[in-house]
Ligand binder design. Structure first.
Ligand SMILES: *[C@@H]1O[C@H](CO)[C@@H](O)[C@H](O)[C@H]1NC(C)=O
Ligand SMILES: *[C@@H]1O[C@H](CO)[C@@H](O)[C@H](O)[C@H]1NC(C)=O
Ligand SMILES: *[C@@H]1O[C@H](CO)[C@@H](O)[C@H](O)[C@H]1NC(C)=O
Length: 313
């Protein structure tokens, strides 16, 4: 039987991806851009730019312009990675996600862009198998625009029982939240009851986010918000609070998903400046809570932001 170690380093088939300006605007609204956020939501605004976390939708969206069938999207493509057991697509939990922005995105991709991907880590414990992936967004000349890391936890996946663990590449590690002082910024967002039906139009049409019967059956007590929607909401609130609402201020952003958010919840993000980041950026540590229950929904947050002086837009 092939061993888990064989999966580490495995290259997945390239995924063709593409977007137009309307996709970028829809994403901005999907992550809660408000009517005054013209630098995020109005393509003719002098300061408008594509929101930098947009590439996280492309793995599911691909290069299509119409609705996709989620069941088809999650079907494994190409030959499965050696060494991994068959995973149950209904028992996969998105554990963490990060994105490093290497170059600002163009307002439309044109043809020939792709996500290249490889497995960079596999770990097992008694409850399942964790797979870490790296993907890179490249244009038709092979120029890299963004590097993404994600981890997924395959609940109940059959393991070898030897607590195998191997990593060959990983995202930047952040500093912990300072225990001895209050946050430098606190942002709040009321997520409307309609947010999930809006966010799905960016490409993740998983019925879990619109059909409450599916959420009930899965034990969530109804519809839950896309984890990557919460991810985007918080990235946007950081760009607004720390980056003077300039989308290009965000250089790196990563989180762990710790518990679900429901459409209609209010979230609160506490942000600390924890020192200089690379290349003249400021490093931030942050976490996001359900405002009412106090439960952490995004933890271990790290961001590098180019802070700007000057007038608010
Ligand atoms: C296994 O790892 C997952 C993902 O990090 C974690 O949520 C879970 O609690 C772990 N289970 C055990 C038994 O250690
Ligand atoms: C967030 O808190 C509210 C108010 O207590 C609660 O109704 C909601 O279910 C919580 N959200 C989640 C996903 O637990
Ligand atoms: C810093 O900038 C250099 C040159 O542009 C780049 O190669 C490097 O990846 C950047 N480092 C980070 C952590 O963004």
């Amino acid at each position: 039987m092939p061993h888990l170690s064989e999966a580490v380093g495995h290259q997945s088939p390239d995924k063709p991806v593409g977007w137009n300006t309307r996709d970028l605007l829809l994403y901005a609204v999907g992550i809660g851009a408000k009517r005054d956020d013209l630098s995020l939501a109005f393509e003719l605004d002098r300061k408008w730019a594509p929101f930098p976390t947009y590439p996280v939708v492309l793995g599911i969206k691909g290069d299509g312009q119409d609705v996709n069938l989620f069941a088809d999207v999650v079907k494994p493509r190409g030959t499965p990675p050696p060494g991994l057991p068959q995973f149950d697509p209904n028992r996969v939990v998105h554990g963490s996600q990060s994105i490093e922005i290497l170059k600002p995105l163009p307002r439309e991709s044109g043809a020939g862009w792709k996500l290249t991907g490889r497995i960079v880590g596999v770990h097992e414990n008694r409850s399942g198998i964790i797979v870490e992936r790296e993907s890179t967004l490249v244009d038709k000349e092979g120029v890299a625009y963004a590097r993404l890391f994600s981890s997924e936890f395959n609940l109940g996946a059959k393991t070898t029982g030897e607590k195998f663990s191997k990593v060959i590449a990983s995202q930047p590690k952040g500093k912990p939240i300072p225990k001895d002082r209050k946050p430098d910024y606190v942002t709040e967002d009321k997520i409307t009851p309609e947010q999930a039906i809006l966010y799905r139009l960016s490409g993740d049409y998983n019925p879990l986010h619109i059909d409450s019967r599916i959420g009930q059956a899965a034990g969530f007590g109804g519809v839950i918000l896309h984890g990557l929607c919460t991810f985007g909401f918080v990235a946007r609130s950081i760009v607004t609070a720390v980056g003077n609402n300039d989308p290009n201020s965000l250089v790196y952003y990563g989180v762990k998903f710790t518990s679900p958010v429901k459409p209609g919840d209010s979230i609160q993000t506490s942000i600390w400046e924890v020192g200089p980041g690379p290349n003249g950026t400021t490093e931030l540590a942050f976490e996001t809570k359900n405002l009412t229950t106090g439960k952490v929904v995004l933890g271990s947050g790290v961001a590098y932001v180019r802070k700007q002086q000057g007038a608010k837009l």
